[in-house]
Write a protein that binds this ligand. Sequence first.
Ligand code: PMP
Length: 285
Amino acid sequence: YDDRDGKIWMDGKLVEWRDAKVHILSHALHYASSVFEGERCYGGTIFKSRQHSERLRASANLIDFEVPYSVDQIEDAKAQVLKANGLTDAYVRAIAWRGAGPDMGVASARNPVRMAVAAWEWGAYYGDAKTKGAKLDLSKWKRPSPETIPSEAKAAGLYMICTMSKHAAEAKGCSDAMMLDYRGYVAEATGANIFFVKDGEVHTPKPDCFLNGITRQTVLQLLREKDIPVHERHIMPEELEGFQQCWLTGTAAEVTPVGQIGDFTFEVGAMALDIAESYETLVRS
Ligand code: PMP
């Protein structure tokens, strides 16, 4: 994965894929001082590209550093990477982090902020779940309180328990884990937001301690356009029994129906499939 042909944009210029390296004493590696974006390019256009670039800069501010590139410069970097790699349908990963420098303690004011953009082809995030429904485990880890971490940032530090949760789920034959929040309410999957359907109405957790995904916001807009009632609210895990459909939303996951969470089962129903199709149409329009 590292020793291959291709180009990666790093600190203002394109470098060979295999040369896109960082030093072992990079602050981010030791203290998680890193923020990133996951984006998808469809037919040559990145869906909501500027919004992703803005979120990258906002995430950095939330964890106390400044991305040294403007939104326009980040847009240009992404375009350069796609072009240099001959990609029109791809996943795009932008990342900014505190690099190596004179500060190797917790404080890192003097170390340079670095940035990179890579892109590669990435198919369906949950394999054949788009038609069959993904199988989810319930994580033992809880999304932290916004008083313990800036939970609206797309920051590396928030992903440690996501990786642990997803590994535990995969070991049980599931493709992801649903996490509760610090209060015990339903929160999200390890890299995607979650929606439920009951009697033709949609219920989705209020994003008050986890990422309010760009795909989530897009799907809420689609639901409004279709005049489907939506309840953004706190959802107790016991309520899962009464929901008939469920789906996940995320840039990588797109809209993926869920067939099972722990012992609860859901149908891959008409609304989940319709929203998935509308999303697919929108991102390619
Ligand atoms: N929650 C988490 C933890 C995520 O990693 C993602 C993917 N970025 C999402 C939600 C969905 O966000 P988006 O729709 O902006 O990709």
